[in-house]
Design a protein around this ligand. Sequence first.
Ligand SMILES: Nc1nc2c(ncn2[C@@H]2O[C@H](COP(=O)(O)OP(=O)(O)OP(=O)(O)O)[C@@H](O)[C@H]2O)c(=O)[nH]1
Ligand SMILES: [Mg+2]
Length: 300
Amino acid sequence: MARLISLVEDASPLLREVATALAPHTGGARVLGLTGPPGVGKSTTTTALVRAFRAAGRRVGVLAVDPSSPFSGGALLGDRVRMQDHAGDPGVYIRSMASRGHLGGLAWATPQALRVLDAAGCDVVLVETVGVGQSELEVASLADTTLVLLAPGMGDGVQAAKAGILEVADVFVVNKADRDGADQTVRDLRSMLSLGGRHSAAGAWRPPIVKTVAARDRDNGVDELVARLDEHAAWLASSGERERRRLERATREVEAIAVAGLRERMGDVGGSAALAALAAQVAAGELDPYTAADALVAQL
Ligand SMILES: Nc1nc2c(ncn2[C@@H]2O[C@H](COP(=O)(O)OP(=O)(O)OP(=O)(O)O)[C@@H](O)[C@H]2O)c(=O)[nH]1
Ligand SMILES: [Mg+2]
């Protein structure tokens, strides 16, 4: 698994062959995405969920994706240390992945890595990403269920969670509920959710809000969180949303690979004689740049 994911990270040409071989073995894993502001407790919650799923006898994969750094930075190394709880358990596979600097970024690399974990027989895959910029939206497009984590007293976590993050959440987790202000955070969230959005339509899933103290070993709200996640999984199956999400995921995946391929071929074209000839014509005023670009694309 480690070697296959390294092929993904390196955008190896071998991936085509690997992807063909893996395809018939995929589709069994349930993908849970965790996102939220830095330090909110995503890794701690992931660890607690891994423990819960292992207790239920499920095989678990974890991908910690850092979209901001091409290297394994301090935070990811920290994650590895904390997740040492599960080191030596053959039913758990944990991998940190940096996606910047790789062809297509998070959108391209993460689905491929997910396929590896899926094909390897993980029943559940947890994907952790820091909720900054586009990454929370990208993780949402990858996951069957998206968990958005907030915590009280984080310079107003709810405000930090902009409209986009509220829209993508299937389950809200107010972590660090041992701290003052957790109930206020829950109330703020409730009132923001009552303002509408996709959740207000008939038959729509209404995202529950679960309070957790992920850092605690017991009495930490994680059992309730697992129960809400199971409810969401049941709703996904009964409403047809699971298939719809998977289709959308596949659509984006194919598109991302196709666009990356085109971009690469355009790169090859960069110094080509065809481009030089067209550019000379445009510079001389013999041809307009749109017609020249069409001619170039037609040659691909
Ligand atoms: N008081 C309290 N602290 C917690 C709780 N959960 C996590 N923490 C602490 O919060 C800090 C950050 O936790 P992480 O799990 O690393 O948070 P994260 O969201 O993964 O952080 P990044 O990956 O760096 O964005 C750690 O020191 C945890 O021990 C909790 O429920 N209560
Ligand atoms: Mg983390």
